[in-house]
Structure formats: C-alpha cells, structure tokens
Design a protein. Structure first.
Length: 555
C-alpha cells in the first residue's frame, strides 16, 4: 500500500472534505465516508466493463463524486483522466472536439460524470464513442477489494495553449513522488488544513489541492471555480473562519481578490493560522503581490507565507517553490538587453510592472537547468530554456502521432525561458510567445502585464507577438475596444519597446481565448489575428502614428 491509496484502507474518522454549497454552506464528507464511496464507484466501474489498465475519463465538477471516481479508478487498477466540464470551454464545438480527442488518445470507452451533467454530456459521449456512467455514491454495494495501484496513475490532458491537446502519462511512482515532495516542502502535518476553489481537472487543483491533502488526510474546504468568481471574498472568509493553514492560487485570482475585496469587507478576519499560500501556474506580477499583501497582512497573514512556485503537468505538478518562512525574491531585469544565451542584466530601480518574482528553488527530488540553443548548460544568471529532471517527470505522451517516449535520465524541455540566480528560478515566459528584435528577445507576458496595468478592462485585453511580412510585431487586442482606448494602449506599449511595431485593434466580445486553467491561447489567437489584420483589425499602428508625428513636427 502507498500514500495515494493508503487512506482508503485506513481513513481518519476525524478528518474529511467540506464541499461548498450555496452561500457559505458546506457539506461534510469524512474520509471513511469518502473511502466507501470510492470503493462503490470502483465496483460500479468494474460492473460496467472497466478493467485494470483501462483509462477512464472523468468529466465531473468539484465534489464528492469526483473524489470517489478518481480514487475509485485507482483502487480498481485503472487510470483516471480528468477532463474539464463543458462550462469551462464556453464553445460547444471546441469542447466536443477536445472530449473526442481525449477519448481517442487515451482509448477510453467510459466517461464518469455527475447527475447534473448527464443530459448535456449524453450526445458528447456518443460522439466520443463512450459509455456515460453516473455511479451511486450512497446505495450501491461497496465491493470489498484490496486497492491495487495501476502502472499509469494519471493521464493529464493539456489545455492546448500551443496546439492540439496531448495526454501526459504519469506513472504511479512519479505522481506519488511529487505528492510526497509537496508535503515535505510545505511541512504538512496532521493539524494542517487547505482551502481551494481550483478546478480538479487541472494539475494545480488536482495534485496540489486534492491528492496531496488527501494523502496526508487533512481537512479540506473545497469550493467550485464559479463560487470563487462570484465571490472571491468567500475564499478569504473560509480561510479565516476555519483557521485554514494552506491555500494555492494563480496570480490572476489574487488580482481578482484585490480588485473585488475591499478592506472593510474583511475587517476582523483572523488569518494568523494561514502559513502557506502557494502561488503558481503563471507569472506573478509584483504589483499584484504587493496589493494582496497590503490587504491580508493587517489580518495576520505573514508576508513570508507568500510562496511563489513553478511547475507543469509534465512534471506531475511542482518543480520549484519558495520555502515557508523565507521572503520571496523580486528582481528588475533590463528587458532591453534580454538575449538568449547571454547574462541577464539587473537594474537597481524598482518598477513594479517591469519586475520579476522568483519561483523558488527545486523541490526535493527535482532538478532545474538552463540550456542554450545548442542544448548545452548555461551558467547562473544567463537566459535560456528551462529544463527539468526528477522522479516525478513524465516519460511518455499521447499525441495524434502516437505514443512518444524518452529515456528516464533525459531532461524535460519545458519550452519556457528563464534563468537561475543564487539557485532560484526566474521564469520569463513561453519561448513560443516571444520574438527577436535586433538580437534582443521580447516576450508577450511582461508586455501584457504592462498594458493591463493601464487598461480600463484588463481581463478583456491581451498582447500577442508574431511576425507579419517577416517583421516582428506586437498586437494589442481589446474586446469591443474604443479608438481612444486602443491608441492609448498602443502608444504605451510602443514607448516601452522602441523599435517594435505595435498594432492595436478591437475584437468581438469573447474573442480572447484562454485554456481551462486561465492561460491565453496566444498561438491560436495570433493565427486568427493575422487573418483579421487585412480586414480592418488595426485601429492604431505605431508606424503610421510615428509618420503623423513627424509630419506635425515638420509643419
């Protein structure tokens, strides 16, 4: 027996998961009750033809049914593969394509779901040639069995930031290694607890906010993403009222908190027991971190409990992290001199929107290196591609071309650019989201952070980079953008990156695409934008603006 499944045979009766309902209402499921539900679900899967070694798709919202289905599949010796619920996609056609591709790549023939999604998924399951299964958690027989761990414990499907989704196959030992590494990093003990709203189909929500706390059998307070979006303050209230010690969040969620939650709304809340806030999934904006700390430190949250981290699904989840009790680091690179394979120059002036927050040091069992274009290691302080090694790194992917594998000692090329400084990792952005300008690399993420700081509607604004007619171009796209707004944002970006051609234009509402984890689908949007440019996308162009300015000066 191993930590991922040990709890089913020896559940702690005094701990469990609290599932959110209504307005600050919770439904409590103890670990013994969840263990029985998992065995019932395993029995239901077996009676419907699921055998050890099979892959089962889980299309289920956060709730006891998801927990029972995930661990029930593992106990049966099958491989669970969580897929986003339809609402996370928004576009029905895109969702069906994603579900069909997931079923094809994983050879899944069963989709486990919840009663409320049955009608919506029935036709989708037919398109994917899958049987729809809704297990009974309460009344079906809990077939007695000895849980048996499968060789492949999880297939995580990427959200498709750069193309077609791929299935990341994680062995049981890899997943377990990462869970144990997370628990050691955070020093999780029996009296700890965790509050989460993150979706369980995503690696950060699944591994960090379900598998790790369940393996430790600590109390969990679990909301759904829509609960958080409607009322970000509920997350803070849950942490304060129940003495929660641990939470996990991406940067965009902290930004939502500081925009929607005013100090008067949390007056009197006690956050003194909150000792670990892991922040990852995307780059952390220094201004967001500062504003969030200004909100919560008066309530007892210690600033050295703010723990930036870096991870990716191909490594199960966590790769690096800031240790509890250590202050996080912020540096200010000279972005104008950023060159791959060259030392990064740091500036003394502290400007929030140009700052870079460190993601901590490698967790136990993980290794991080920076390599150049020749795949050779680069020294500290040098910009290159981030590579990762460790026991929790995947060794195989399901792709439309077939199964792709590599050797156990081969480093994982992440496709992210960054550098190491005093052993700490600093992440710049995706290599595919950058362009080279006069030998200097320019990345979309820091430019978008700058533009959003001055945008009236930051969540309806994005920045894309690419080439038009061989020329590097940055495009500012604003949903239903107004001409004056577009000109101001385009001008701001043009000032920040002299010599880079900047276009700004309006797109229809809902045009900005994001993955189910909230990351921009920049590659897809850029491809669509290149078709829009000739048909009238451009409202402001730095080239014509410069010509107009020159003409005015000449007059």
């Amino acid at each position: 027996m191993t930590p991922l499944l040990d709890w089913i045979s020896r559940p702690r009766g005094e701990r469990g998961i609290h599932f959110a309902h209504g307005q600050d209402e919770w439904e409590y499921w103890s670990y013994p009750r969840l263990a029985v539900a998992a065995l019932r679900t395993a029995g239901s899967m077996a009676r419907n033809g699921v055998a050890p070694g099979d892959t089962v798709l889980l299309v289920h919202p956060n709730g006891p049914g998801f927990v029972a289905a995930f661990f029930g599949a593992l106990a049966l010796g099958a491989t669970p593969s969580p897929v986003a619920v339809p609402a996370a996609f928004g576009n029905k056609e895109s969702y069906v394509d994603h579900l069909v591709r997931a079923a094809e790549l994983s050879s899944s023939r069963v989709i486990v779901t919840s009663p409320e999604l049955t009608d919506e998924l029935s036709s989708h399951a037919h398109a994917a040639a899958c049987q729809l299964l809704v297990p009974d958690l309460e009344d079906s027989p809990a077939d007695l069995m000895t849980p048996q761990s499968p060789e492949i414990a999880l297939v995580q499907f990427s959200s498709g930031t750069t193309g077609s989704p791929k299935g990341i196959r994680l062995t049981y030992s890899a997943l377990e290694s990462n869970v144990l590494s997370i628990l050691r990093w955070l020093g999780t003990g029996p009296e700890d607890s965790l509050a989460t709203w993150l979706p369980l189909h995503h690696d950060m929500g699944l591994v960090g906010c379900l598998l790790a706390p369940v393996a430790a059998q600590v109390d969990v307070w679990m909301m759904r993403p829509d609960h958080f979006v409607r009322d970000p303050g509920r997350w803070l209230r849950t942490i304060g009222r129940h003495g929660v010690t641990t939470a996990v969040s991406p940067n965009f969620a902290l930004d939502l908190v500081v925009r929607r939650v005013k100090p008067r709304m949390v007056t009197g809340l006690d956050l003194t027991r909150w000792r670990a806030l892991v922040v990852g999934s995307e780059r952390i904006q220094p201004a967001t971190a500062r504003r969030f700390l200004e909100l919560v430190t008066p309530l007892g949250f210690a600033s050295d409990s703010f723990l930036p981290a870096y991870g990716l699904a191909e490594a199960s989840l966590a790769v690096t992290g800031t240790c509890p009790g250590w202050p996080f680091s912020t540096v200010h690179p000279d972005w104008d001199s950023m060159r791959m394979g060259q030392p990064v120059t740091l500036r003394e002036d502290a400007v929030d929107e140009r700052g870079l927050v460190g993601a901590g040091r490698p967790l136990p069992g993980m290794g991080v290196s920076i390599i150049g274009t020749d795949a050779e290691p680069l020294p500290e302080g040098t910009l290159g591609e981030i590579t990762v090694t460790g026991n929790s790194v995947t060794r195989s992917l399901l792709t439309k071309e077939g199964l792709v594998t590599w050797e156990p000692d081969e480093a994982l090329h992440t496709g992210d650019a960054g550098f190491l400084l005093n052993g700490e990792l600093f992440v710049i952005g995706r290599l595919g989201d950058g362009v080279k300008l006069r030998g200097t690399w320019v990345f979309a993420e820091p430019l978008e952070e700058l533009v959003k700081k001055h945008a009236a509607r930051p969540h309806h604004t994005t920045v894309l980079l690419g080439h038009l007619s061989g020329e590097p171009v940055a495009a500012v796209a604003v949903e239903n953008g107004r001409p004056q707004e577009l000109a101001a944002l385009g001008h701001r970006l043009s000032e920040a990156v002299p010599g880079l051609r900047v276009l700004a234009g309006s797109v229809r509402a809902g045009w900005i695409r994001r993955t189910t984890s909230g990351k921009p689908r920049r590659s897809q949007m850029w491809q669509e934008l290149t078709a829009l440019v000739p048909s009238g996308f451009v409202s402001w162009d730095s080239r014509t603006a410069a010509l107009a300015t020159a003409a005015d000066e000449a007059r």
